[in-house]
Design a protein around this ligand. Structure first.
Ligand SMILES: NC(=O)c1ccc[n+]([C@@H]2O[C@H](COP(=O)([O-])OP(=O)(O)OC[C@H]3O[C@@H](n4cnc5c(N)ncnc54)[C@H](O)[C@@H]3O)[C@@H](O)[C@H]2O)c1
Length: 249
């Protein structure tokens, strides 16, 4: 991936998958544009990568905002000239029984998790089609698109939408050399999951995971980097589950 240019959304958290992915891609020689709604934090993460000798910039980005995607693309081209890879990673979680989900909560989850992925996919695919360079899009979905979880109505539905968006775009853009794939993390020790050091809170969850532990952000980044790379040249519309065996049961 040396010399490639990637946008990674949701890259603000020091223990999140977005930052882990930006770091992994940068270590592979990719120039990275790191975006997040939390600008101060994502700017600090990009500075961290630059201090390690990598090429990285940060953009303030509400990924539900159509115009903001155009601004991120403009900044990417201004800094690095092209776009080769998009990692749609940003998302929010929500916990509620379906019968208790207020409409505004449902709309917010679908807006951030599904509409964001649509806007990113559309922007990147249009750009990759226009340049004729091809490219790779990786959508970070979840095992929540595959198996139902109690309290997960809005989250599971929003991620299911991204799973199918991935497959449709994959078949629509394959002939132009644009690959679109999804990674499906299981329970991973990031801020989204809560305090992963709270062993009591996760004992039941971990007991159900054949690997006997939570996943790590860097392990998700490895899977994302693989699908973004030419090593995955024949992967298109693929779903890569990274869950320690949880959904194999
Ligand atoms: N942690 C898990 O157990 C787990 C499991 C399966 C899937 N995932 C998925 O992995 C991805 C990464 O999550 P994470 O666990 O690293 O959590 P995280 O909370 O660290 O990362 C999500 C990031 O998205 C950003 N964000 C939220 N709304 C945004 C918006 N409107 N515009 C731009 N950025 C926005 C947040 O500021 C945050 O930095 C998400 O898509 C999540 O759904 C996580």
């Amino acid at each position: 991936m040396s010399g490639k240019v990637a946008i990674v959304t949701g890259a603000a958290s020091p223990i999140g998958m977005g930052f882990a992915t930006a770091k992994r891609l940068a270590e592979e020689g990719t120039r990275v544009v790191m975006t997040d709604i939390n600008h101060a934090e994502v700017a600090a993460r990009a500075a961290e990568l630059r201090s390690e000798g990598h090429r990285a910039i940060a953009c303030a980005h509400d990924a539900t905002d159509e115009a903001a995607w155009e601004e991120v693309l403009r900044a990417t081209k201004a800094e690095f000239g092209v776009l080769d890879i998009l990692v749609n990673n940003a998302a929010i979680s929500a916990i509620n029984h379906v019968v208790d989900i207020p409409l505004d909560e449902w709309r917010r989850v679908v807006d951030v998790n599904s509409t964001m992925a649509f806007l990113g996919c559309r922007m990147a695919a249009r750009e990759m089609q226009a340049t004729g360079r091809g490219g790779a899009i990786v959508n970070v979905v979840s095992i929540a698109s595959i198996v139902a979880g109690e309290y997960g109505g809005a989250y599971c539905a929003s991620k299911g939408a991204v799973q199918m968006l991935t497959k449709v775009l994959a078949i629509e853009t394959a002939k132009q050399g644009i690959r679109v794939n999804s990674v499906h993390p299981g329970y991973t020790a990031t801020a989204m999951l809560g305090d992963a050091n709270d062993e009591g809170a996760f004992a039941q969850t971990i007991a159900n995971i054949p690997a006997g532990r939570l996943g790590q952000a860097a392990e998700m980044a490895s899977a994302i980097a693989f699908l973004a790379s030419d090593d995955a040249a024949y992967c298109n519309g693929s779903m890569l589950v990274v869950d320690g065996g949880l959904t194999a049961q």
